[in-house]
Ligand binder design. Structure first.
Ligand code: FE
Ligand code: FE
Ligand code: ZN
Length: 303
């Protein structure tokens, strides 16, 4: 069987912690997963229970999920591009998040580089660099993976050049990596129909050795619209064939691919209760065949 490291965003709750996340990933027949150590939009975090972590690591081993492939995502409220107190808060919280990752035995933390919030691109980038220089240290076992962004609002890290600038000016470059998000780069203006060309550019500008993780999302919007609205695989403007080519690209074989596609509601009008699409999307990706009835299949499964 072809090697495929694929999974999705899964939940991490106070009660079951990493063990719950692993179980959810296994229920999707995933070979990896990504989680936030708490709600992505706030800083409420629970104490990590080492017993649950050990049980989770054991279950991962039994199911051939390698911990090197598992990703933690830092909360969005960290904005290192900002200045003053806001930046200080981000630095403090990121340091704590790194400690939590280490306690959970995880080694890859995806981070949105930040938004300049009117300070201007060059000042924002400089702020990110100074913050990273405060956060990174030689003793940490974590790679901070800077995510490529859609360019919504004043987001930085929308071009490979901006990511390159951050890496170049950071002292401990060996603690940095990059997470490529397909929806984000499409929304940021990269044409995913020419993915080989994109990879070539990535290699020339940043270096493929920095690429650590791929977020696989279709996009609700056209190329270069800077909207950042994810769509289920094959149901958006990137399309199934382009995404499959990326997922199975020989140069990306060793990298974890993570779905962050939207949950599905029971009817188009009632969005109250939603269900995860990942078991079905992963199956479709493994078959390499687009399933136009995906949404219908998910609805009848959860009914
Ligand atoms: Fe992200
Ligand atoms: Fe993403
Ligand atoms: Zn996004």
């Amino acid at each position: 069987m072809e090697k495929l490291i694929i999974g999705s965003h899964v939940s991490f709750n106070k009660k079951d912690q990493l063990l719950g996340s692993v179980k959810e990933a296994i229920s999707y027949k995933a070979t990896t997963f990504m989680f936030y150590t708490g709600a992505p939009q706030n800083t409420n975090r629970c104490l990590i229970d080492n017993n649950l972590t050990n049980e989770a690591l054991k279950l991962m081993k039994e199911n051939n999920i390698r911990k090197e492939d598992v990703i933690v995502h830092a909360p969005y409220i960290i904005n290192l591009a900002n200045k003053g107190e806001k930046q200080e808060f981000g630095i403090r919280f990121l340091k704590e998040e790194i400690k939590r990752c280490e306690q959970l035995k995880m080694d890859k933390l995806v981070l949105h580089p930040g938004s300049h919030v009117g300070l201007g691109e060059s000042e924002g980038l400089k702020n990110i660099v100074s913050a990273l220089n405060e956060v990174l240290n030689d003793n940490m076992n974590i790679t901070i993976c800077l995510e490529t962004m859609a360019g919504k609002g004043s987001e930085l890290g929308t071009t490979f050049e901006e990511i390159k600038y951050i890496i170049d000016h950071t002292n401990l470059k060996n603690k940095l990596g990059v997470c490529l998000d397909t929806c984000h780069i499409h929304d940021g203006g990269y044409d995913l129909n020419n993915f080989d060309e994109i990879l070539k550019q990535f290699d020339n500008i940043i270096g493929l050795n920095y690429l650590k993780c791929i977020h696989i999302n279709d996009s609700k919007n056209l190329i270069n619209t800077h909207k950042d609205r994810h769509e289920n695989v094959g149901f958006g403007k990137i399309g199934f064939d382009a995404l499959i080519k990326i997922i199975y690209h020989p140069l990306l074989k060793e990298l974890p691919k993570i779905l962050e596609t939207p949950y599905i509601s029971m009817t188009d009008s009632d969005k109250q209760k939603v269900y995860p699409p990942y078991k079905f999307e992963i199956a479709m990706i493994k078959e390499k065949k687009f399933n136009p009835n995906l949404i219908k299949d998910i609805r009848s499964y959860y009914k």
